[in-house]
Design a protein around this ligand. Structure first.
Ligand code: CA
Length: 224
């Protein structure tokens, strides 16, 4: 599996640090730069999404946005602006930004926007296989061995996340935030119920479960 590559272009360290930490904690491959010049250099290496502060020291953010859009038409750009002036947002969107957030923004709102943008990009692998389970993310079909299994939407999203990370524990917090699209406060009963449903649909009664519980931490899809 490959992580989405994010480029954070932000010269304000108190904003950039928690932002990058949060994104990394959610499994993204994050590069942080503080100037337009470094942004252009890093973007050449190939990134999936750019989080772009409009107030940079060396070049106007709208111009940075325009150049990134010209050179990397397939890369998503979300602009971050402290300016409440709508004109900046409009200029940024005209310059090719896909979305924007006005500072101060909540980190979970930013994560939701990032996920929404990345979902629109073609997945690197539409078909993921782990053990005898095959998930076709484009067709949203799941087979175990040769039999197709009917999953409800959240069961499917949960399975995709676990299978993409097969062999590794996915934390409850990450699952809650990625599958249920919200910050996690307290109860994860919903998650447990969905795992129970997945086990019932995927597991053979005479075999060990596909999904192991890492008690107090999360779940792991077993990939023998
Ligand atoms: Ca700035």
């Amino acid at each position: 599996m490959s992580e989405a590559r994010l480029l954070v272009v932000e010269d304000d360290e108190p904003i950039a640090r928690p932002l990058c930490d949060t994104l990394r904690a959610h499994g993204y491959d994050v590069t942080w730069v503080t100037s337009a010049n470094d942004a252009f250099v890093s973007a050449e290496a190939g990134v999936d999404l750019v989080l772009l502060d409009l107030g940079l020291p060396d070049l106007d953010g709208v111009e940075v946005c325009r150049r990134l859009r010209d050179r990397h038409p397939e890369t998503d750009i979300i602009i971050l602006t402290a300016r409440r002036d709508e004109v900046d947002v409009v200029l940024g969107l005209d310059a090719g930004a896909d979305d924007y957030l006005v500072k101060p923004f909540r980190l979970h709102e930013l994560l939701a926007r990032v996920r929404a943008r990345l979902r629109r990009q073609p997945a690197e692998a539409d078909v993921i296989t782990a053990d005898d389970v095959t998930v076709d993310t484009a067709a949203r079909r799941v087979t175990v061995g040769s039999s197709e299994v009917e999953l409800r939407p959240k069961e499917f999203d949960l399975l995709v996340l676990l299978v993409r990370e097969a062999g590794r524990v996915v934390t409850r917090e990450r699952i809650m935030s990625e599958v249920w699209d919200e910050h996690w406060f307290g109860s994860t009963k919903t998650l447990d119920i969905h795992v129970w449903a997945l086990r019932r649909k995927l597991d053979r009664p005479d075999a060990a479960s596909h999904i192991s519980t890492a008690r107090g931490v999360g779940y792991r899809f077993e990939a023998p």
